[in-house]
Design a protein around this ligand. Structure first.
Ligand SMILES: C[S@@+](CC[C@H](N)C(=O)[O-])C[C@H]1O[C@@H](n2cnc3c(N)ncnc32)[C@H](O)[C@@H]1O
Length: 286
């Protein structure tokens, strides 16, 4: 078995090997554009130094890993790990086309990726750490991969009820369902949203100097230039948020679709729909 290889499908990541991964792959550029403001916010919290060896956790199609490879230069190395083979194939092609030999990708489970302990100078993840089945074990393992003093930078979503447009879309959906399910304990986009759980989780895992800073800013919703209805269709039919509707009758889904499109029309301009979002930018040291 080589570094980072996966030998089982981890609990909680199965969706990324199924429909969630397929949707992410089919709409990769759109999802990446939606996350671009998060990368800007992470960059404001610090960068990896030239020559550094960096691990990009849950790297998806490798957009962030490639940016990190450029940041650390040819004397450094950027390695992206993702559970989804299709996304890693795209990432590998992109790095090849960009001529970045020091940017490598491995299909694997980041929770237990087999790298030498203490072998990274930076750990990075843009929205790739919320899907771990056993977060304490996963973060302890990740902390062990950084050398002493290595910089860790993770972005995770805040709770949906605090998160701008997501809160507004959820409020529309909630008027049509009895009780929203509790959020927080199961792997998923909002599993690390509570800073009172996140801070001890990371400290107990061995990270030091943990700081959790709130980011609020504009996020494009769906593809550039999308109409309010197209953006509503993207959110409800492509994003995992729309799965909340799965058990609802078609007539209710249509009503929700129209209400969400109406909401988006109030935030629509020539470049498409843009609304406020929020995230936590976590910085720590190994
Ligand atoms: C929201 S996407 C973010 C992708 C990428 N970081 C970006 O910003 O473009 C989450 C990624 O985490 C990956 N993922 C989920 N669980 C994982 C695990 N246990 N190990 C490695 N990758 C995982 C998914 O396959 C998916 O590509």
């Amino acid at each position: 078995m080589t570094e980072g290889d996966v030998n089982r499908v981890p609990d909680g990541a199965g969706e990324w090997l199924g429909h969630q991964g397929a949707r992410w792959e089919a709409h990769l550029e759109t999802f990446e554009a939606m996350l671009a403001p998060i990368s800007q916010a992470m960059a404001e919290h610090g960068a990896c130094s030239p020559g550094a060896r960096v691990f990009d956790i849950g790297c998806g199609g490798g957009r962030t890993t490639i940016a990190l490879a450029r940041q650390v230069g040819f004397d450094g190395e950027a390695i992206g790990v993702d559970i989804a083979p299709g996304l890693i194939a795209i990432a590998q092609r992109r790095a090849r086309e960009a001529g970045l030999d020091h940017c490598r990708f491995v299909v694997g489970d980041a929770q237990s990726a087999r790298f030498e302990p203490g072998s990274f100078d930076c750990l990075h993840s843009r929205m790739g750490t919320m899907f771990f089945a056993d977060p304490p074990a996963a973060f302890s393992h990740l902390a062990s991969l950084g050398r002493t003093g290595a910089q860790a930078s993770f972005a995770v979503w805040t709770s949906p009820c605090e998160s701008g447009w997501i809160a507004e879309v959820m409020a529309i959906i909630d008027t049509y369902r009895e009780a929203p399910p509790p959020i927080g304990d199961t792997p998923g986009p909002f599993s690390l949203a509570d800073p009172d759980r996140l801070f001890p989780l990371l400290s107990d895992a061995g990270f030091r100097a943990v700081s959790i800073d709130g980011w609020r800013g504009k996020q494009p919703i769906a593809q550039a230039g999308a109409s309010p209805q197209e953006a509503a269709d993207f959110v409800l039919k492509v994003m995992s948020l729309g799965r909340i509707e799965d058990d609802m009758p078609d007539e209710i889904k249509e009503r929700i679709g129209s209400e969400v499109a109406r909401l988006f029309s109030r935030h629509s301009g020539p470049s498409g729909v843009e609304m406020e979002a929020s995230a936590w930018i976590v910085s720590a040291q190994c």
